[in-house]
Design a protein. Structure first.
Length: 74
């Protein structure tokens, strides 16, 4: 269960804590796979989908796809 997600825009040190309207479609730390969908609801953050496979992440937001490295350290 995920209690909250903190979303940071580029250069934003504080971030926005999202406490609802998201769902984890896939979470498998052993296979290092994650798919998290945020449906919106907080005007500061647009709906997005975060997809992670191994050390590669893809964030889809506002019709754009941003790819970046990902670390599984918890």
């Amino acid at each position: 269960m995920v209690a909250s997600v903190t979303f940071h825009r580029l250069g934003d040190a504080q971030g926005v804590v999202l406490r609802g309207n998201f769902r984890v479609q896939v979470f498998d730390p052993r296979r290092q796979e994650l798919v998290l969908v945020y449906g919106g609801g907080d005007g500061r953050v647009e709906p997005f989908t975060l997809t992670v496979h191994g050390s590669r992440a893809s964030l889809e937001v506002a019709g754009r796809r941003i790819q970046a490295p990902f670390r599984w350290a918890m």
